[in-house]
Structure formats: structure tokens, C-alpha cells
Design a protein around this ligand. Structure first.
Ligand code: SF4
Ligand code: SF4
Length: 429
């Protein structure tokens, strides 16, 4: 484990407010690629759309127009994570029907589990606990399981990001409500709140939301030592905690349901206010900017217009990182849109960017020493690139929690974590 002070910036908990993003003239809404299960397009060039209107429909989720406007183009373009896919370009025009309007609360307790699941599909909710996935698909997958545990992470797994922690503190009622709704949707047997020690959920308030048979558990997490927030870390902390000495947790793992705070907030908005997923809370930061903060940004906003809102650059960025400097990915440029999986954008100037050229492995053993699950990442990397099949070495990569620590210490700058993640995907396929 590594001290978080190696990653953390002083600003982490200084935010107590969120501003709405400016409205630019155009929005570029990612629809997905064929590999992600391309959605059926419901609009064409020239169509008028309302804010929140379904513009593409998929088996597991819908995509909505984030603003009222006119569809001015549909094309294949770059997403922030380096992937490509269809983008619907919308020119802003007309009146807003969701943003800035007061909406009546709906009593969600009248809905049963399957109605809630369909409503979450229709509202386009994605679970961003790890890699963003349609929540409806995950609800379907867990439905076969007899004993279902819902694990809620109330903080960010990346030490440099503070989006989930901010949403937890600022909108705790939405988090409690979203947790209760999701618990009902999956018919959870147990719900575990994994919280950072300084912010325990209020058990007396939670009682107002939970009236199901699900048992509630509370597990404090030490967020001073990294890694602490991957699924592996949470499973290990829960199993060790005295309040969780319960047979329910014996087989806790990938087949259970793990969710983050921002997803719970969007679940609450979707069910209680019938608001589809058209915007996101995003932590915008980095030494290239003059100011940093949390914005509520419409899906489809270009990163370049976020920079404009922050008054431009103090220093041009050498790298733009989506979702945190330890676990995130580099964006391909400023002209990529915010998609449903974005939680933070970090702009790093040249002096904070390590040289990127990779060297050969010098077998220094640092990756092996730091790996919290005792793997030898360098060895797996070599096996992945070897011509001789080494199935046993590769199979062991399934234990990797993708914490990114091996990347951080490798003097040869070898993309160990990314390679192991690809190996894992291949094995699962
Ligand atoms: S192999 Fe790397 S990314 Fe995976 S758990 Fe070990 S240190 Fe973390
Ligand atoms: S840290 Fe990098 S150079 Fe050192 S053994 Fe691991 S892969 Fe090789």
C-alpha cells in the first residue's frame, strides 16, 4: 500500500458547492459503438428535439437529448476514452423543460422491483463504479442470484478525484434514497455502506428510506492508504469488519452489486423526479487551470467549452486525464465530448507529466513489491507478449484489482495495468 499523500492535492475537500455548466451552442452526444451494443437511432438530421427526449434506444439503456435543439449532424467521432462511436450533434434552440424547472416528487415505494429496473433502463442510467455499464444489464445479471449483496462506495477510488465524496456529502438524501431504490430493484438481501471514516451515513435518516427486508451494514474505510476502493479492496475490508461476520458475506465478490455515489444520485433523480441521465457532476482540476471546481455538466459538452468556462489555461496542458490521475485514462484532445462515464477532468502541464517512452523491463521487482494482491505484473506482461502460451501466468491476472500502482512505480513506464486489464477481458471472453 502507498500513502495517499503521494497523489492527493490539498484542494480535495474544499468544495462545498456546484455550478451549472454554461450552455454552448452545440452538444455532441455519444451514442456508443457497435461493440457496446449500438442503439437504434430515433432521430435524423434536421429533427427538432426536446430536452430529455429519447434520441437512441438500446436493449439495456436509452440515450436522451441533454438540451432542446435541432439535430445538426450524426457522425462517427472520438470519445474521451480513446474509443470511437456514433455522435449526435445537437444545436441548442428552444425552451428547457427539465433544467431549472421544479418537479414534483414521485413516491417510488409504489413501484416493484421489475418496474424500477425498466424505469432505470428507460432513463439511461449507467453504473460508474468501475467501467460504466448500463445498470439495467447489471440488474438482470444479478436477478438469478439467491442472496444479493449491494455494496455502496461513498467515496472516490482515485485519490486525486473527489466527485463521489462531494456528491455523498452534498446530496446525502439522494444517496440514501438512491440506495433504497436500487436495493428494491435488485431485491437485495444486504446493503453495505462503505464510507470514509470522516463521513458516516446517518442511520436514523436511512430508516426513512429503507423499509425492505435488506439488512444494513456500515464499514469504515481508511482512505489514507492506496488502494482502498476497488471491488477487491472493499470485499477484503467488509469480510474483515466485525459487524460483517455473517454467512451472507462468505461468497461476496464479482457476482454481487457494487455501486458508487454518483450513480445513486442519478438513480434517485430518474425515479423520484423522472429525470433521465442528461448531466453529470464533474470535478474539473489540474495545475494548467487558474481555478478548479465541481460542475454539473450536460452530457455532450465538449471539454474545450469546459476550459472556456474556467477562464482558459494558465499553462497549456501536456495531458488531459479523464477520471483521475491514478486510475484514469488520457483523453485524445480537447474536442471530445463528456459522456456518461466521466467523473473528472484533470489538465496537467508539462512539468507534471512523466516521460512516456517505454523501455524494456529491467526486472527491478518494484511492481511485484507494490502489488496489493501479490502478483508479479512484469511477469504477466512478459507472458502476454510471449509467443509461448503461458496460460497459468495469464490466468492469475484475474486477481488484479486494476489499482494502477504497478504502473506508478515502473521505471520503464511499461503499461502493466492496462495490459493486465486486456488479458483479464480476453480470459473472461
Ligand atoms: S497487477 Fe498492478 S494494477 Fe493489478 S493489482 Fe497489482 S499493482 Fe494493482
Ligand atoms: S517495475 Fe517495471 S521494470 Fe521493474 S520488474 Fe516491474 S515491469 Fe519490470
Amino acid at each position: 500500500m502507498v500513502s495517499v499523500s503521494e497523489f492527493i492535492s490539498e484542494e480535495k475537500y474544499l468544495f462545498d458547492s456546484v455550478a451549472n455548466g454554461y450552455m454552448s451552442k452545440y452538444f455532441f452526444v455519444p451514442v456508443g459503438s457497435e461493440k457496446d451494443g449500438l442503439k437504434e437511432l430515433l432521430v435524423q438530421k434536421g429533427d427538432e428535439v426536446k430536452e430529455g427526449q429519447v434520441i437512441a434506444k438500446g436493449r439495456f439503456e436509452n440515450v436522451h437529448s441533454p438540451v432542446p435543439g435541432i439535430v445538426s449532424d450524426i457522425f462517427v467521432g472520438d470519445y474521451g476514452d480513446g474509443k470511437q462511436g456514433l455522435i449526435i450533434k445537437i444545436m441548442l434552440s428552444g425552451a428547457f423543460s427539465i433544467t431549472g424547472k421544479k418537479h414534483d416528487k414521485i413516491d417510488w415505494k409504489i413501484y416493484d422491483s421489475s418496474s424500477l429496473a425498466f424505469m432505470l433502463r428507460d432513463a439511461g442510467i449507467e453504473n460508474t463504479f468501475k467501467k460504466a455499464e448500463p445498470i439495467y444489464k447489471q440488474i438482470k445479471e444479478i436477478s438469478e442470484k439467491e442472496s444479493k449483496v449491494l455494496v455502496i462506495r461513498l467515496f472516490d477510488e482515485d485519490p486525486e478525484r473527489c466527485t463521489d465524496s462531494f456528491v455523498t456529502r452534498k446530496f446525502s438524501q439522494k444517496i440514501y434514497g438512491g440506495a433504497a431504490i436500487l436495493a428494491r430493484a435488485i431485491e437485495a438481501t444486504a446493503v453495505v455502506f462503505a464510507y470514509e471514516k470522516s463521513f458516516k451515513p446517518d442511520e436514523s435518516v436511512l430508516g426513512e428510506y429503507f423499509d425492505s427486508d435488506a439488512k444494513l451494514f456500515f464499514v469504515p474505510i481508511d482512505v489514507k492508504k492506496y488502494p482502498f476502493g476497488t471491488m477487491h479492496d472493499l470485499v477484503s475490508s467488509i469480510k474483515k469488519h466485525k459487524s460483517c461476520r455473517n454467512p451472507i458475506f462468505e461468497k461476496l465478490g464479482a457476482k454481487d452489486f457494487f455501486v458508487d455515489s454518483v450513480t445513486l444520485a442519478s438513480i434517485y433523480d430518474a425515479i423520484v423526479f423522472e429525470k433521465p441521465l442528461i448531466d453529470r457532476y464533474i470535478h474539473v482540476n489540474g495545475a494548467s487551470l487558474n481555478v478548479t471546481g465541481i460542475l454539473n455538466l450536460k452530457i455532450g459538452t465538449l471539454i474545450s467549452s469546459v476550459v472556456e468556462q474556467f477562464g482558459g489555461f494558465k499553462e497549456p496542458p501536456a495531458r488531459i486525464i479523464i477520471n483521475g490521475i491514478v486510475t484514469g485514462l488520457a483523453a485524445t484532445g480537447l474536442n471530445v465530448p463528456i459522456s456518461k462515464n466521466v467523473k473528472s477532468i484533470t489538465f496537467l502541464p508539462q512539468e507534471q507529466v512523466a516521460p512516456q517512452h517505454t523501455e524494456i523491463c529491467i526486472r527491478c521487482g518494484r511492481c511485484r513489491k507494490i502489488c496489493p494482491v501479490n502478483l508479479w505484473p512484469g511477469n504477466i506482461y512478459r507472458a502476454a507478449h510471449s509467443e509461448n502460451e503461458e496460460p497459468d501466468v495469464l490466468k492469475i491476472s484475474l486477481l488484479c484489482s486494476e489499482c494502477g500502482l504497478c504502473n506508478a512505480v515502473c521505471p520503464s513506464r511499461i503499461p502493466l495495468c492496462q495490459t493486465i486489464a486486456l488479458v483479464k477481458e480476453k480470459i473472461k471472453e
